[in-house]
Design a protein around this ligand. Sequence first.
Ligand code: HEM
Length: 452
Amino acid sequence: MSVPQAVPTRVHRMSFAQFAMRAPGLLGDRAEAIRRIALDYGDLVEMPIPGKHIHIVTSPELARHVLQHNNKNYRRSFDFRIMQTFLGDGLITTHDEFWQHARRAAMPAFRQRFVESLTDAIAFETSEYFDEALGNDQSTRLTHAAMSVLSLRLFASTMLSVNVRNEEGRFLKAMQVAVRHLDRRLAAVVDTDAFMPTLSKRRFHKATAEIDEILATWMRTRLSHPGEKDDLMALLLRASADIEESKRSSWLRDQVLTSLAAGHETVAVALAWCLLMLATHQAVQDRVRAETLGKVGARGVLRESVPTLAYTDAVVCETLRLYPSVWSIGREALGEDRFGDAVIPAGATVMVCPYAIHRRPDLWADADQFIPDRFLAGPPARPFQYLPFSGGPRHCIGDHLSMLELKIVIATLVSRYRIERVDNRRVGKEPLVSLRPHPDFELRFTPIPRPT
Ligand code: HEM
């Protein structure tokens, strides 16, 4: 295929000495370490990790080439096999016709039009959650764990139409164990869990069994009224008619768990970063509050007001620029690929790094600063310059839903409470499967007197 003009023609191969110097950084904040490698060595860098060809991509044009233009040459990277031990054969871990069938089946639940119809449900769920968690106390504190509960409730009420309150604590604990185990395997230089009976693996199996048991109860509850709602579950049920009977229930389990896993932690960490940004930028918070004035009723954000929340939207976009929940997107090259003179060998792992692309100083003025206004002027100039939801055929199916949820939660909170940090400890990043804030932090929510 022809190579787009702007694609650079060189792979920088890091020497072992260069790699060794960067190793300590790569063991900590990997996202930042990779960004610095890209700044020093260029848009396409090969890292000499024993047994693996890892190519880091940090230019919008190369990202577009891999994810969109030449996407047929790339599959999700070797990591997907590790994810498969948990998610089975859902959207994230499958390819070709099997993936296409599931993606087509789920798509109507994620289209913008349909997602907009969920506004009242999201607004109500959010409002109820914060009334319960914060109430009218003089000042209440919340941490990342609270965002995780809210994010699960939002998924369950919009996509499955079930109430998960009774089991949410147990479910989230088990999810945490499972995700920690997967994180450990994905980050390991030697994946001992693949061939040794480890304690982490035992805990993982126990957690997965617990998750399956709870999920099965939720799905049974939902299936006792099959035709009632036109949600994700209803669509998947209809599509499952094409699946062999003996495989039907595991297909349904894999699809539901995949959407939940993909949409739960990503939204929870994005919310945590948004709130941290608002707490540390009081002038931005005041502008969001001014924008939401009169747009949030007792049952939450009013549906007709959502399109008018332009500044709140910009705050969410800017947070996802600085802290993209999915900070790196992995692919494996099926055949050899060329960018000009540069060759990516068949079997190589390609890591497209939104975190590094989002902070390129040549693409973003004051790249490390939180400046929501930059998104008020319209979308960024270059395709794939901004890709928190990836791009191409495997882009995030939940992009509209996430943006709506994040805007509603932010507008609800800011209109009712002043959000402040409890202490000034530095919050860094922990780039696991998702980009988490670390250490966890507390925020103080002080109710704002409602206008009379
Ligand atoms: C802030 C929130 C979110 C972010 C930043 C995010 C980001 C992403 C990214 C970067 C991908 C990877 C695509 C690739 O490999 O090219 C992805 C895939 C996916 N996301 Fe999201 N996501 C979010 C929320 C959600 C939600 C709420 C759902 C569903 C309820 C969801 C469901 C999925 C699924 C099913 C995939 C796999 C799609 C496929 O391969 O066909 N995501 N997401």
